[in-house]
Design a binder for this molecule. Structure first.
Ligand code: HEC
Length: 463
């Protein structure tokens, strides 16, 4: 278990602190009296333009009639999606409207107009229970605006929040945050901020996309789709943002044969600091390829969800920021891989071209000298070596700060570097350690844990 965020949690329904500078919430068409008084109670001015959903010119007139100095936010529904695009295309600037919130959205076709650098930010709210096609359509619009340089994000409400009257406290919190007012719950504020910031941070898979000789677009097959959707297991609604109808495939074998002919092993060091290596010749028959794009999305790091841990390390009080879990480019196989050859899931995601290398010798060869039970634990049942190093071989896993895309703790240290107490507690009292840090336990088979403890303790002893 990871403390799952996956959507906005509406834990707190309190009123907001009185706003220092009042903002205007401008409704495209109408607003009920109940809702109006609710927003006014929050300290916002409320106007309704009474425009038809598709009438952008009416909104231009309405905005012109408002006092010039005010901070304003425009709010409307899916039927205005096209008109909102036209408003932006006509040069809408942040000095006129600070932001536009769409309650659901339809995709916008051919949205190719260059927009001013100071175009207002945009957010689309959907509900977790919305049909996949509707969520994907809203995400299409968000992505189209983002490609034009607009700060844009998609956020999830819980089911039936958007229809509630008077307006649901969660909706009040979500829109207030968008307007720059912090909801009382610090966690909620951080989550909403992560939703806005992460999509605009630097991570991308341009390295793979630059290798055009090895790329083809393919229709998605059921096994590939099922594999990719595992990333969203803890919050399937997040995965609804993409149709998973086609994918861009990077031909791993052809690439290896071109850049490192005669090598056998491929190693991946992921953007999470995880490490994996395997004999590519052995897996060649199963059609290894790397998914570097899904549908129209060319940045696999946009396929992300957010979570938090309570502590970085059980022996410290430091708390990490909200973390992002992007899928990133992922290794898949076009043919079924036998059970005995299954590779771990996480280490096959968040791949990048620079983190990939080829060698004649097995980078994990050192492990072959370890007792068989130990090898099973560290590579198969508990997979320690892919996240922690052991005698200089393995990963150094960490979390990705959702605000900065930089690595943040807790870092997975070399197994030799943990104190006896920490290792002992991890092995024999893991539920408690996991609860304290806020992570999923990964217990070792009780029949083998003592053997593992002896072995790992001996690693530390000088020869
Ligand atoms: C999926 C990656 C992953 C795997 C697999 C994994 N670890 Fe970790 N481990 C981490 C990370 C990351 C941390 C740092 C704490 C955190 O998660 O933020 C950590 C923390 C720890 C800690 C310190 C916990 C504390 O007290 O704070 C120990 C000890 C540890 N791991 C041992 C192991 C051993 C032994 C195995 C295999 C049996 C293993 N880990 C498997 C990623 C992993």
């Amino acid at each position: 278990m990871i403390r799952g965020i996956l959507s906005i949690l509406w834990l707190v329904a309190g009123t907001l602190p009185a706003a220092a500078s009042v903002a205007t919430l401008a409704f495209w068409s109408t607003v009920s009296d109940d809702d109006k008084s609710r927003w006014q109670k929050e300290g916002f001015d409320v106007v309704a333009f009474g425009c038809d959903a598709d009438d952008a010119a009416c909104i231009v007139d309405g905005l012109a009639s408002l006092a010039p100095a005010e901070k304003r936010f425009l709010i409307t529904g899916a039927d205005s999606s096209g008109a909102v695009a036209r408003l932006y295309a006509a040069g809408l600037k942040a000095e006129t409207v600070s932001g536009v919130a769409l309650m659901r959205a339809h995709g916008v076709q051919d949205f190719q107009v260059a927009l001013p650098a100071d175009a207002p930010k945009l957010t689309v709210f959907v509900e977790k229970s919305d049909a996949g096609t509707d969520v994907a359509s809203a995400q299409n619009l968000v992505a189209a605006f983002r490609r034009q340089g607009v700060t844009s994000s998609l956020k999830f409400f819980d089911p039936q929040m958007m229809e509630a009257t008077p307006v649901h406290p969660g909706v009040v919190a979500g829109i207030s945050h968008f307007m720059g007012y912090a909801p009382q719950s610090e966690l909620l504020m951080k989550l909403l901020t992560a939703n806005e910031l992460w999509p605009h941070l630097g991570h991308n898979n341009k390295g793979f996309l630059g290798e055009t000789a090895y790329l083809t677009t393919k229709p998605m097959t059921d096994p590939v789709r099922t594999f990719l959707l595992r990333h969203f297991q803890q919050g399937p609604h997040v995965g609804k943002q993409w149709a998973f109808a086609t994918y861009r495939s990077f031909d791993l074998l052809a690439y290896r044969d071109a850049v490192a002919p005669g090598t056998k092993y491929v190693s991946f060091r992921t953007r999470f600091g995880q490490f994996m290596a395997f004999d590519l010749d052995q897996y060649a028959a199963y059609g290894p390829e790397i998914v570097v794009g899904v549908d129209d999305e060319t940045n696999m790091y946009q396929l992300a969800w957010y979570y938090w841990n309570d502590l970085m390390y059980s022996w410290e009080t430091k708390v990490p920021n909200i973390s992002a879990k992007p899928l990133g480019p992922a290794l898949v196989f076009t043919k079924p891989v036998p059970d005995s050859l299954q590779l771990p899931f996480r280490q096959r995601t968040a791949l990048h071209l620079k983190g990939m290398s080829f060698s004649k010798d097995d980078p994990l060869a050192k492990m072959k000298s370890y007792p068989e039970n130990i090898q099973t634990i560290i590579t198969k049942s508990n997979e320690c070596i892919y996240c922690h190093s052991i005698e200089g071989v393995g990963g150094q896993n960490y979390h990705l700060n959702a605000y900065t895309a930089q690595p943040q703790g807790g870092f997975a240290l070399a197994l030799e570097d943990y104190s006896d107490d920490v290792m002992h507690a991890f092995l024999f009292n893991q539920e408690e350690v996991a609860r304290k840090v806020g992570l999923s336990p990964n217990p070792i088979d009780p029949m083998l844990v003592q053997e593992f403890h002896n072995w790992v303790s001996a690693l530390k002893k000088p020869e």
